[in-house]
Write a protein that binds this ligand. Structure first.
Ligand code: HEC
Ligand code: HEC
Length: 361
């Protein structure tokens, strides 16, 4: 897949070198090229085996916002993936239980269900499997065990009823898997259609001249080799630093003292294969203007810098100011609309005298 995209984009690069002026891209031709590489966002990302119903979406939203899924009673999924800030915390790396800083930047939950796998190193298959991690992670939500999470939720009668409604054919629906299934179905609703979708769907006026020029640069430069599909990313894993060392190339941009940061080995930590050293998932670029700071370590705050770094370390190019201007404009067209339903805070079930009290321990 990776290779075929690169070949495709090189073909386009040749076409443009032979006369296509950057300043006035042909919207029709670009539309044809783009629809072969990208596709519009769906309104829901379905998964077989975890069917959607309204009760499950609402339950998943409640669990997503419920800080009682953390040991301290203070941290919810929304603490680090704040839907009011496009599903991120805008911190270099997240703060979890007892304000412990984790090792990586929190990616957005928006459109994440479309990714072929989850986490920067792809270690979870889908959003359901992913959701089981943070609740128990000692530096995230820090609940000491699955049973404790289930007991705390089951101590609230309204939750018991809501699990019965959300999983109508199950005998004992309130279990840890279904906590994750409900959160997963909610996350599957979090797609954010934007003007680029309107363009892909055939509205050739949806993007202005400069945004079209940016799309052309994105294709011609080969960004599309790794950032393709409906989310413009989330499908391909690649070494960070194909052409140059990431750390060497980014020294001038990075706002932190690199010597204090251990270098993240990426997927190597999961597979221990030499080929996976410094391999990370190419993230989605939907809503990229909002999901700063950038990269797995959150080391770069400025999107223009992050873009120039990408061109240098992944492709060996130094991008012109004109190309960067165009790309920045194109990113603007990728800023989408968060579903209204997700932005409305749920009223959470009341605790009872049975509910285990939160603790900072
Ligand atoms: C303390 C902060 C924190 C909390 C709380 C938290 N997350 Fe995350 N989340 C992260 C970080 C950091 C990563 C990236 C970790 C990695 O890749 O190793 C991540 C990764 C993810 C991803 C993967 C996205 C992608 O593009 O690969 C999803 C989805 C997600 N979290 C959803 C959730 C859900 C659902 C909850 C609640 C059950 C939750 N998170 C709780 C910080 C947090
Ligand atoms: C060979 C694959 C590859 C190519 C080509 C590529 N990228 Fe990336 N991109 C990645 C990977 C992998 C990451 C994640 C790096 C990390 O943080 O570890 C990434 C990260 C990014 C980020 C930061 C996203 C975030 O949420 O932190 C931006 C912006 C970006 N790329 C834009 C581009 C642009 C623009 C181009 C073309 C000039 C491009 N990329 C070319 C693989 C690629």
């Amino acid at each position: 897949m990776f290779r075929s995209f690169l070949t495709l984009s090189m073909g386009v690069a040749l076409a443009s070198a032979s006369g296509q002026a950057l300043a006035s891209p042909d919207a029709e031709a670009l539309h044809r090229t783009a629809t072969a590489m990208f596709s519009p966002l769906p309104s829901y990302v379905a998964k077989e085996g975890n069917p959607k119903n309204d009760a499950k979406v609402e339950l998943g939203k409640m669990l997503y916002f419920d800080p009682r899924l953390s040991q301290s009673g203070f941290i919810s999924c929304n603490s680090c993936h704040n839907l009011a800030t496009y599903g991120v915390d805008n911190l270099p790396t997240s703060l979890g239980h007892r304000w412990t800083a984790g090792p990586r930047n929190a990616p957005t939950v928006l459109n994440a269900a479309l990714h072929t796998n989850q986490f920067w190193d792809g270690r979870a298959a889908d959003v359901e499997e992913q959701a089981k991690g943070p609740v128990l992670n000692p530096i995230e939500m820090a609940i000491p065990g699955e049973d404790l999470a289930v007991d705390r939720i089951a101590s609230m009668p309204e939750y018991v009823e809501r699990f019965e409604a959300a999983f109508p054919n199950e005998e004992d629906p309130l279990n840890y898997d279904n906590i994750a299934n409900a959160i997963g179905v909610f996350e599957r609703t979090l797609t954010t259609p934007d003007r680029f979708d309107a363009f892909l769907e055939g509205d050739l006026n949806a993007l202005n001249e400069q945004e079209l020029a940016g799309l052309q640069v994105f294709i011609n430069q080969g960004c599309v080799g790794c950032h393709a599909g409906p989310a413009l990313g989330g499908q391909i894993e690649a070494r960070f630093g194909v052409v140059e060392s990431y750390w060497e190339a980014t020294r001038e941009y990075i706002g932190v003292d690199q010597s204090t940061m251990p270098m993240d080995v990426g997927k190597f930590a999961v597979t221990h294969k030499q080929d996976d050293l410094y391999v990370f998932k190419a993230p989605s670029l939907r809503n990229i203007t909002r999901t700063y700071p950038y990269f797995h370590d959150g080391s770069v705050w400025d999107l223009r810098d992050a873009t120039q770094i990408m061109a240098r370390v992944q492709l060996g190019n130094d991008m012109s100011d004109e190309d960067l201007d165009a790309l920045m404009a194109f990113y603007g067209a990728l800023e989408g609309e968060i579903p209204a339903q997700a932005l409305q805070l749920p009223i959470l079930p009341a605790s009872t005298s049975e509910t285990e009290r939160p603790t900072m321990r």
